[in-house]
Design a protein around this ligand. Structure first.
Ligand code: IVH
Length: 680
């Protein structure tokens, strides 16, 4: 009786291991679960109960063993059953054709060869051993002969099957060799990588430079629990060794075979009848590489017939039967020669990297963004450092971080300026914001952008005063602040290039008309940090005049709905500056001093009325506040989190999880330039 019960429990245990592995794979590899999470949990609890009662029964391929191991002291060495080869590179189509010619000359069967093209994932090569279908060992590539035993870490990778074939219904069809060794590339998907870095940063820990480093760092450390907490996955593409069983001899069939066993396999791989079509496919992916959820540094073109490929032999460690068609690099290292600081319209100071000129993907890059001063400090970027710079797609090149190992000791830590580099006035920092500001309205660097904003359509709407003329006026010394516009004379305008009677008269006419613009517009035009048309309208409703507004305290201001402490402080600060007071006085004298009109004060309707926006990442030209003010000035609303109700996600550089969420909800994603266009 007792004997029978024991047998039953043991059979049940084996059944549970098999079933759980099957459902685990359906969930993590195939994205097609057939039972609910709750049902899975129930089976898992049953398994854990049996394992607690019979620790000696615990199977190597039990799902409970994925994260059970204790940290190791060091990695053991593993000798690979066959050399783990590398690949020769081809840079561009002609290089790939030259490779084809070379191998064709060696063996004329290549003439009729078929090719398979696979993505070349920029990750960490891993070698997985299965004995009698059970995952028993996993190793890094090492020197190609001997690698490191990272079995406990790899066991935590959810997409690695602990037993193959995963599905029991495949076992009748597929006979798995007794010893099967497969090779794949382990990596962290780009979105997960960004999220991981964000989390590390929040925890005050060191961030990773790129997904490759983060995958390698997570696998080549001694604590499996840490590996388990990292979003590592892999794609398998090669059979390194098979003993006691047949495996296919075409690469295209190998991929199908591996997939049938339950391994994650790329669905981007494709077979071609000739080299030209294979090259064309590769080039298509070069343009679409951002559509891949992982970092790919190229495509691999392989001769499909693996026997033929093997007969071609090797050059060093590179097999002749395949070639890595590299995409143009988007990340390069160069020297950071210095850090310049630029001043934007609202006075935001932006650090800009001055680089030792370097070519990235066909463009010479001399400057790159460093985002903000906090970024420089967090990444410990020093002047003189070798830095990794990325230039991808339409995004402005940016500095990823320093190559710490290349330091000579001569690099200099960077101190943000305490004074504005253009006007010398002290810079200021506002709580809750990363940016530093020059708050001097008469700052020459801000002047052009300030005047531009003042005369723009959403502000004073001065017709006939484009950026060119603004620049001319400032260059000629005729305009030193926005108030000077209203005292311009015809004689002065005629001294400017391109101005004749008519043009000068027209401009003076527009300026005269602008004096009658509404108070809402004038306040929005002043360029007070965080005050766009919508806030301006609220301020007008409340205060009724510039005189009243100019003496308001931060407390008074915060009584208004929609005016938070930051904007309130920005307003008080703006009116407290002597230079701004001077501008106001000049405006009053020039007769630009509107009072609230009857219809004024209400929130303005605009092209964005009824639309909700979420902003994520760093925008190329605008701060968050500026983008928000722009949206609000066009009647739109800005919220913090993405939902189905979000109309647009405005995407900047280094976006967070909001981007993923927007994509999953089908929310329209736009960039800063598109946001602009929507209002035109
Ligand atoms: S084939 C004989 N296929 O790229 C087999 N390699 O630069 C040689 N890699 O060391 C490798 N994706 O780590 C192959 N689909 C793929 C690959 C791939 C990434 C890596 C691999 C290799 C390196 C060569």
């Amino acid at each position: 009786m007792f004997y029978n019960h024991r047998m039953d429990a043991k059979t049940r245990y084996a059944e549970l291991v098999r079933e759980l592995n099957y459902h685990f794979n359906r969930y993590h590899v195939l994205d097609a679960p057939v039972i609910s999470d709750a049902e899975y949990d129930k089976l898992y609890i049953e398994l854990k109960r049996i394992e607690a009662e019979h620790p000696d029964w615990i199977a190597t391929d039990s799902p409970s063993q994925r994260a059970g191991a204790r940290p190791a002291d060091r990695f053991d060495k593993v000798r690979h059953p066959a050399p783990i080869l590398s690949l020769a590179n081809a840079f561009g189509a002609d290089d790939a054709r030259a490779w084809f010619e070379r191998v064709r000359k060696l063996d004329d069967r290549v003439e009729k060869a078929k090719f398979i093209v696979e993505p070349k994932i920029d990750g960490l090569s891993v070698i997985l051993h299965y004995r009698d279908g059970v995952f028993v060992q996993g190793a890094t590539r090492g020197d190609g002969e001997v690698g490191e035993d990272i079995t406990s870490n790899l066991r935590t990778v959810k997409t690695i099957p602990l037993r193959i074939p995963v599905s029991s219904d495949q076992s009748s069809v597929i006979k798995v060799p007794n010893h099967l060794v497969v090779r794949g590339e382990a990596f962290i998907p780009i979105n997960d990588f960004e999220e991981l870095n964000k989390k590390l940063e929040e925890a005050g820990e060191k961030t990773y430079m790129n997904p490759r480093n983060s995958a390698a760092g997570s696998l080549r450390q001694l604590d499996p629990k840490l590996t388990a907490s990292r979003p590592i996955t892999l794609l398998v593409y090669q059979i390194v060794h098979a003993e006691g069983g047949q495996v296919p001899t075409l690469q295209s069939e190998i991929l199908q075979y591996l997939r049938a066993l339950g391994f994650p396999v790329t669905d981007v791989a494709k077979r071609f009848d000739d080299i030209e079509s294979a090259i064309a496919y590769t080039e298509r992916w070069d343009k679409k590489r951002d559509d891949l959820p992982y970092e790919a540094d190229g495509m691999v073109i392989k001769i499909d017939d693996l026997n033929l490929a093997a007969e071609l032999g090797f050059v060093g460690k590179d097999p002749r039967g395949a070639i890595a068609f590299k995409f143009p690099a988007r990340e390069v290292t160069t020297t950071l020669l210095g850090i310049d600081v630029e001043v934007g319209r609202t006075g935001v100071l932006t650090p800009k990297a001055v680089l030792d000129a370097v070519e990235i993907n066909g463009v010479i890059v001399k400057n790159a963004t460093l985002h903000n001063f906090d970024y420089i400090a967090e990444k410990d970027i020093r002047v003189g450092d070798r830095v990794l710079v990325k230039r991808a797609g339409e995004v402005i090149p940016y500095v990823i971080g320093p190559v710490v190992d290349a330091r000579t000791g001569k690099e200099k830590s960077y101190q943000p300026p305490s004074a504005c580099p253009a006007c010398g006035q002290p810079v200021e920092h506002f709580e809750g914001e990363v940016a530093w500001y020059c708050v001097n309205a008469a700052c020459p660097a801000q002047l052009v952008r300030n005047v531009e904003h003042f005369v723009s359509r959403g502000a004073m709407d001065i017709v006939g005063l484009g950026i060119k003329i603004v620049e001319q006026l400032i260059e000629a010394g005729l305009v030193n602040d926005v108030a000077d516009l209203f005292t311009l004379t015809k004689e002065q305008l005629l001294t400017l290039e391109g101005f004749a009677d008519k043009k000068a008269e027209n401009l003076l006419g527009s300026l005269e008309q602008a004096k009658r613009q509404s108070l809402n517009r004038l306040i929005a035009a002043l360029g007070i940090r965080g005050v766009g048309e919508v806030s301006a309208a609220d301020l007008v409703s409340h205060f009724g005049s510039l005189d009243a507004l100019s003496t308001a305290s931060a407390n008074d201001l915060q009584q208004i709905e929609g005016i938070g402490p930051n904007i309130a402080e920005g307003i008080v600060d703006w009116f407290g500056r002597p230079a701004n007071q001077k501008v106001l006085k000049k405006l009053k004298t020039a007769g630009v001093w509107p009072m609230m009109q009857k219809a004024e004060g209400r929130r303005q309707e605009g092209v964005f009325s009824g639309l909700t926006f979420v902003i994520t990442g760093t925008l190329p030209n605008w701060s968050r506040e500026e983008a928000k003010a722009f949206i609000e000035s066009n009647g739109g609303k800005v919220t913090d989190s993405v939902s189905k109700k979000t109309s647009y996600l405005v995407l900047g550089e280094n976006p967070g999880s909001k981007f993923e969420k927007a994509r999953s909800l089908g929310v329209k994603v736009i960039d800063e330039a598109e946001l602009h266009r929507l209002t035109m």
